[in-house]
Design a protein around this ligand. Structure first.
Ligand SMILES: C[S@@+](CC[C@H](N)C(=O)[O-])C[C@H]1O[C@@H](n2cnc3c(N)ncnc32)[C@H](O)[C@@H]1O
Length: 268
């Protein structure tokens, strides 16, 4: 496996993943082509084969984050994202969490008798129970507030009566599962401008921090401009990137090289 680490590999990800050992990847963060919305540099997208290979190469307790949205065709959303999520379940993954990537600067929509589309899905699949979970915490708005006399149901014991006395509000709590990002505006994302659909570096960072520890192996089998790989490298994880396009592979390598610590390190 070591021969693939910290490389951007050009090729069809199904064929490349077939050369990986089983149970060798801790985390995959990736975003597939959405419903032929873009042509990229001419791609083939054998979804079911990709999903099955991802299951084989993911470690027990490992995670796959699948960032996806639907096209609207003849007035209807395709529902491809949900079909894909159900297929991941069918082949053995847990649907650990259906998360939302909300855009603070969505593309303005011309009037199409529907609300402006401001989000994409981030399906979080796990192979068995998640092995690494470093939840992002946020400050509680009412930290320290004493809720004297307030009672709760004790859900952990399955009790239906409101008997448990409330403790003062904690300083921090686990963040919710709707994550908000600005798209394409930050300097760290401008680096990807040769690619038509990069996701924000912060999105990759939050998932990598959540589901891995230093030294773990992070894969993006459709890595485009290399966002996942660059962030994994910055966070001291091992990375593997794959893309069908030689142009995007080159873009990804050059992007990561800017952060290179070992001058002799090769990314191809
Ligand atoms: C939505 S883009 C990914 C963008 C990436 N997350 C980023 O931040 O730059 C999808 C990528 O998948 C690549 N692709 C499509 N089918 C592929 C396949 N079968 N194997 C490898 N790459 C593929 C395309 O070339 C494209 O760059």
């Amino acid at each position: 496996m070591t021969e693939h680490l910290n490389k951007i590999i050009e090729g069809n990800c199904v064929e490349v993943m077939k050369t990986f050992e089983s149970s060798s990847i801790d985390l995959t963060v990736t975003s597939p082509p959405y419903d032929n919305l873009r042509t990229y540099k001419g791609y083939v997208f054998p979804f079911k084969d990709i999903a099955k290979e991802l299951f084989r190469i993911t470690k027990e307790g490992g995670v796959v984050v699948w960032v996806v949205a639907d096209a609207t065709i003849k007035g209807s959303e395709t529902g491809t994202s949900f079909k894909q999520a159900l297929y991941f379940k069918e082949i053995g993954f847990n649907l650990h969490d259906t998360m939302i990537f909300q855009k603070t600067n969505p593309i303005p929509q011309i009037y199409r008798k529907r609300y402006n589309n401001v989000f994409e899905y981030m399906f979080v699949f796990s192979k068995g129970t998640v092995k690494t979970d470093n939840p992002i915490k946020i400050d509680c708005l009412h930290a320290g507030l004493k809720l004297n006399g307030t009672t709760y149901k004790n859900y952990s014991k399955g009790e239906q009566k409101r008997e448990k006395l409330a403790k003062p509000v904690k300083k921090q709590k686990i963040k919710g599962n709707i994550w908000e990002y600005v798209v394409g505006k930050k300097a760290e994302d401008q680096e990807a401008k040769g690619h038509p659909a990069p996701f924000p570096s912060a999105l990759a960072r939050d998932h990598i921090n959540s589901w891995t520890n230093k030294g773990d192996v992070v894969l993006d089998p459709m890595c485009g401009s290399g966002t996942t790989c660059k962030v994994a490298y910055q966070l001291d994880r091992e990375f593997i990137g794959i893309d069908m396009s030689s142009e995007y592979c080159e873009l990804a390598r050059n992007r990561i090289k800017q952060y290179q610590r070992q001058p002799t390190f090769k990314f191809e």
